[in-house]
Design a protein around this ligand. Sequence first.
Ligand SMILES: [Zn+2]
Length: 91
Amino acid sequence: MSEHAEHPGEHTDCSETLHRVYEYLDGEMTPDDTHKIAKHLDECAPCLQQYNLDQALKALVKRSCACEEAPVALRTQIMARITTIRLQASD
Ligand SMILES: [Zn+2]
C-alpha cells in the first residue's frame, strides 16, 4: 500500500497545479493528489484565483447545458478563453 511518509521540500508547483486543476474540479484525482492540490491552493493566491475562475466557468457550462453535454463548439470557445486568461494571468 502507499506510504504515509511526508516528503519535506517536495511541493506542488504552480504549473502542475494549474495543469491539473480540471482533474481536481472533476474529482478525478487520487486522495493523495487532491490533498496536494488543495494544499497548494491554500497557500498560493494566484493559483486559487485561477481555480475559482475554472470553477466558475465549469459551473456556467453545467448550468447552460443541464440536459446535454456542452456542444463541442462551446467547449472549444471556453477552452480558448481560459487559455487567453491564463496567458494574461502569467504576464
Ligand atoms: Zn501556485
